[in-house]
Design a protein. Structure first.
Length: 368
């Protein structure tokens, strides 16, 4: 019998002021948002039977740019959530925000409504990089938003990219030092990748040499760890790790509501893992929130896909605990990966080595 993991809630808000050229998320330049909160709550109603009274461990409101919501819209959403769900006592509730939409009074109201963690999409503290990335904010606005966040919230994250066009190693480290000086509890530090169906895929920027990008990542990680930001996932560094992130990577369950939202739920009665996904178009979503439900067939791959991203990896017994399968079914793949120096394996832990982290996609594909 599979034990039920913690349950999180992801809420997708699909609108933004301007679509960034690197973004492959389900985001749409601001359109008709009227009635969207009511649609979200209707979507949640459809999910309640699958969770049968389980409490909510964390909530993440992403996008798009959910900070475009008014305080009244967020209040309407939270009144609905609290009437339908059981919140754990120390629930983490994160809202993504763009520094270009940061308003101090509105964010004070957001905190009063229930937001206790911000994730601020800075990406860079240098204007020429922000312009190249299509961001709507300036470096000054980014610094101001983070400084204000530190006064309002006890817990906030800064998103930073590296491997940008024209970026040097010193420029990358300068961004990190500015972020560290703003005293966040968490920094997401990740490499710019060119994703299909984006403007950058059609008109690719000239990125730094691979060796320079490698050094940016290596020296950036060292700098973050030197300042007390523990690396607990490939691109996540925290003095306070994100409960929501950890639940994803530890194969937890999560409801997904909103246009294009995905979910993963363990069926209480059968133990089967179900994946859900909602219509991407806000218009299609508004007329039908049911989405698509699929049973996960390759549980071992799903588990390894998440577990190997974590710095500490996983205890061998957790594989059977979460998948209902003996770890012996992936014995050959584990041995081969260990022989190649991609995994560190002992009786208490299986985790990616430093080499494995650097070639994580190749490592994970071995378990397909």
């Amino acid at each position: 019998m599979l034990a039920l993991p913690p349950l999180s809630l992801y809420i997708h808000y699909p609108w933004c002021v301007k679509k960034c050229p690197y973004c492959d998320f389900n985001s749409h330049e601001t359109g008709n948002r009227e009635g969207y909160i009511a649609t979200l709550l209707k979507d949640l109603d459809n999910e309640l039977d699958t969770i049968q009274g389980r409490s909510i461990h964390s909530i993440f409101i992403g996008g798009g740019t959910p900070s475009l919501m008014s305080a009244d819209e967020l209040k309407e959403l939270f009144i609905g959530l609290k009437s339908k769900l059981i919140f754990e006592k120390n629930i983490e509730i994160t809202l993504e925000t763009n520094p270009g939409t940061f308003e101090i009074e509105k964010f004070k109201a957001f905190k009063d409504i229930g937001i206790n963690r911000l994730s601020i999409g800075v990406q860079s503290f240098q204007d020429h990089h922000l312009k190249a990335l299509g961001r709507i904010h300036s470096a000054q606005e980014a610094s101001k938003a983070c400084a204000s966040a530190s006064q309002i919230f006890d817990n906030f994250n800064i998103d930073l990219m590296y491997g940008l066009e024209g970026q040097s190693i010193n420029s990358c480290l300068s961004d990190l030092n500015q972020a560290i000086d703003l005293n966040p509890q968490h920094i997401s530090f990740y490499q710019l990748t060119i994703e299909p169906n984006t403007l950058f895929a059609k008109f690719p920027p000239t990125l730094p040499k691979d060796d320079d990008i490698w050094r940016m990542g290596e020296q950036g990680v060292a700098l973050l760890e030197q300042h007390g930001f523990a690396r607990y996932e490939v691109s996540a560094f925290g003095k306070i790790p994100s409960k929501h992130n950890l639940n994803y990577w530890q194969f937890g369950d999560y409801i997904g509501i909103g246009a294009g939202a995905h979910g993963k739920i363990t069926d209480i009665n059968t133990g089967k893992i179900l994946r859900t996904r909602k219509a991407k178009s806000p218009k299609d979503y508004s007329s039908n929130q049911a989405g698509i439900i699929e049973q996960v067939e390759n549980l071992s791959f799903e588990f390894m896909l998440n577990a190997l991203r974590l710095k500490q990896g996983f205890e061998p017994d957790l594989f059977e605990h979460h998948t209902g399968q003996s770890i012996s079914i992936i014995k050959n793949q584990l041995s081969q990966a260990e022989d190649l120096g991609l995994l560190v394996i002992n009786s208490k832990q299986i985790r990616s080595s430093e080499k494995g982290y650097n070639f994580l996609n190749d490592l994970i594909e071995r378990f397909l």
